[in-house]
Design a protein around this ligand. Structure first.
Ligand code: FES
Length: 109
């Protein structure tokens, strides 16, 4: 079972999740990492789930187009959109000190 450590508000929270788990989906049904994970839309649009990967990032898939669009240069700082990731391996992440993400606006018609 993947072990998850999430750093939030200066505290570390640890728990296990089933393989192929989405942490935002889990939080939405009040399972760990609830209530420690910040998130919003769950669809890769708002940026509220942005987390900096501390350990285990080598097991994650390459960022998808939504992550590239919302995170931009924050990807280079090790940030990912947690709602876009299905977790199969141990992962340590932080939502402390994340720069504000301003999602791009849709182009005017
Ligand atoms: S929850 Fe909105 S982008 Fe992840």
């Amino acid at each position: 079972m993947p072990k998850i450590i999430i750093h939030k508000n200066g505290e570390a929270h640890e728990g296990e999740v089933r393989p192929n788990s989405n942490l935002v989906v889990r939080a939405g049904i009040r399972q760990f990492p609830y209530p420690h994970l910040s998130y919003g839309c769950g669809m890769g649009k708002c940026g509220k789930c942005t987390s900096r990967i501390i350990r285990g990032g080598e097991h994650l898939p390459a960022p998808n187009w939504k992550e590239k669009k919302v995170l931009g240069e924050h990807l280079d700082m090790g940030c990912r959109l947690i709602c876009q990731l299905w977790i199969n391996d141990d992962l340590e992440l932080s939502q402390d000190g994340i720069p504000a993400i301003t999602p791009p606006r849709p182009a005017a018609a």
